[in-house]
Design a protein around this ligand. Structure first.
Ligand code: HMG
Length: 295
């Protein structure tokens, strides 16, 4: 049976936009619970400037505090060499660099042009390679930008191809503001797969316009088998106005199991975890499956 690799980004993408600081022990408990659900790739922390994203300032404490489960990859976001050093010192198993297909978003998010971001990543990849650490590359705004509107597939393909040629093992395509629709997602993927093999591509779809699951289904049909998701649909980017939650992990697992894909995830436990974190954060559960199965 076909398998889909899930990358759970709740502890990072899910929490980074929370206005109130989430206590470190809650973050640790969330990561541990997600691992207990059967998730094997958990983006656990982010080593960015604490002035830019205060919520992620305790990344080292989170990585130090978790009870590690064998076979689980605990990864971290690293915008530069300093972030890489900090992530590795804290025990991250894998790191991710991140840029965008839109110049304006890149400037707002990491304070440099796309070209400059790629130059910053060169030493990150060299150092990671020397230490045998796998690097993922994110491209944001692949289906629309909060500042520039539509983004052409060729612009996405150019950046994805550059990350791949630099040595990123996996390229995650982010519909940061969730404006994409299935036809657009397929057109974007058709351009990107000319630069990057399909098995190296991940879908990272936000659900701001309620399109995430439809877009995901479209790229699944095209052969994408790596999907990013966030428990209880938590998430958003502080530098993308109006960006709301990620594709909810529970909704994704329900869809995939219904289609006959294997994920290794215990859906009932995941629903419990989604309910638990929603209560901790005092917000409504963003997963429809989570609400239905918990009701
Ligand atoms: C990239 C920088 C640092 C450039 O920021 P900068 O101001 O251009 O760079 P800088 O080198 O001048 O550094 C500014 C300050 O940050 C410090 N600094 C510098 N680097 C680090 C580091 N690694 N860790 C900790 N501190 C750091 C540095 O020491 C300095 O401190 P100061 O002297 O002012 O006290 C900044 O713009 C930044 O941190 N941006 C991060 C924004 C972010 O995290 N956004 C959310 C993640 S992306 C996302 O969510 C999208 C994604 C991936 O999910 C996919 C999708 O949905 O599209």
């Amino acid at each position: 049976m076909d398998r889909v690799k899930l990358v759970e980004v709740g502890p990072r993408d899910g929490l980074q936009n929370e206005a109130a600081l989430v206590p470190t022990d809650i973050k640790i408990a969330l990561v541990e619970r997600l691992a207990d659900c059967g998730l094997r790739h958990i983006e656990t922390a982010s080593f960015v400037s604490p002035k830019w994203v205060p919520q992620m300032a305790d990344g080292a404490a989170v990585l130090a505090g978790i009870r590690r489960k064998a076979g689980v990859v605990y990864s971290a976001l690293t915008p530069n060499l300093r972030g890489l050093e900090a992530a590795l010192a804290a025990g991250a198993d894998e790191v991710a660099v991140f840029t965008a297909a839109s110049e304006s978003f890149c400037q707002k998010n990491i304070n440099c042009s796309i070209e400059q971001s790629l130059a910053r990543f060169t030493p990150v990849l060299a150092e990671a390679w020397a230490r045998r650490i796998r690097v993922r590359g994110y491209v944001s705004t692949v289906l629309g930008c909060p500042y520039e509107g539509d983004i052409g597939p060729d612009a996405v393909a150019r950046v994805a191809g550059a990350l791949y040629r630099m040595g990123c093992a996996e390229i995650s395509l982010g519909d940061t503001i969730g404006t994409g629709t299935p036809g657009k997602a397929k057109a974007m993927l058709a351009a990107v797969r000319r630069e990057v093999p399909i098995e190296r591509l991940a879908a990272h779809f936000h659900d701001t316009y309620g399109q995430a699951l439809a877009n995901l289904y479209a790229v699944l049909e095209e052969g994408v088998r790596i999907v990013d998701c966030s428990v209880a649909g938590l998430g958003g980017c502080p530098y993308a106005r109006g960006a709301s939650g990620n594709l909810a992990s529970e909704d994704l697992v329900y869809l995939l199991h219904g289609l006959g894909f294997k994920t290794g995830v215990d859906l009932a436990r995941l629903v419990e975890t989604g309910h638990w974190i929603s209560q901790q954060l005092g917000r409504e559960n963003g997963s429809k499956v989570g609400r239905a199965m918990n009701g």
